[in-house]
Design a protein around this ligand. Sequence first.
Ligand SMILES: [Zn+2]
Ligand SMILES: [Zn+2]
Length: 355
Amino acid sequence: MTNIPSVMWAAVTRDWNDIQIEQVPVPDFGPDEALVRVGACGICGTDLKIFAGVYRGSWPPSLPFIQGHEWGGTIVALGRDVSGLQVGDRVVAENHKGCGTCANCRAGRYNLCEGARTRDPAYKLYGHSAQGAFAQFAARPAVLLHRLPDTVSFEESAIVNQGALGLHAIRRCGIEPGDTVVVIGPGLIGLVTMQLAKVTGAARVIVAGSGPRLDLARELGADDVVDVSKTDSLDGILKLTGGRGVDCAFECAGASSAVATSLNCVKRGGRVALIGLTGNVPSELNTDRLTLDEIDVFGVRSSPNCYPPLITLIASGRVNVRKLVSRIYPLERIAEAFEAYRNREGGAIRMVIRF
Ligand SMILES: [Zn+2]
Ligand SMILES: [Zn+2]
């Protein structure tokens, strides 16, 4: 067993929009948990919202709180009931822990655990309602940890959490060989989803968005792009498909206008995956279009059972996430990293804290 200190450095959200680097106790770990030395942890849009107090009372339940849910690290100690993992293993952590016993958990849909509704303490959402990983160490149930091949860096592991959402979207939507798809919103999820669509058999991938992210989309394999700062997104997508529309649309922008575009840009009989959150802003829905053209619409939440295949695809080089790590910061500069991400400096996709 590695020498484990009793205290560690952590970034503690003390008050809304106030983060401090403090010494705190290294977390205890239960018999079915592992203690992990954090290697890298990404900062996402949800972190900024949690930090600003948008979800106060639930994410987090109270302050002070340690955020951070997109991370990987090295196991330093194991609870007595853990099997299949070893001290020294490099791992990446899921953040949704289902209760394990409700009907959805038993069906493998632990992202929809009923425990979230009934406030079952066995349900945990790490970094949101349970302590996160902007800290030197984090304790997690072993079931949430997945081994990382040596070729996948900790910085890349910080992309897996959000990237896996794209994989879940593709499973929900069901891409067929030869499909034409559009990805609306070339942020992190969009840029991973776009690559996964190609890996899964899409013949043509269109990306709709604006700014330097469109160049990155092209670099990562987009066949066509629609610059929504110059063209109406729906017109642009329809024009590229001869008016027919795409087979599948992935809404990754989280804007109600993009939701409307996604529902209208698919072919008759097309499929739509809604991944972005609009923050409860309603979207216009022409249900006649959905009914008369038999459009299938899929909500996509989190990434159940998606880490292992995504890790394999990253390790094989079929999915490139290196280019999605925009800047790396040490823990001491996390406040600066939050600020830079809020301003999306340099068109940032992801800021990552490296320990
Ligand atoms: Zn996130
Ligand atoms: Zn459950």
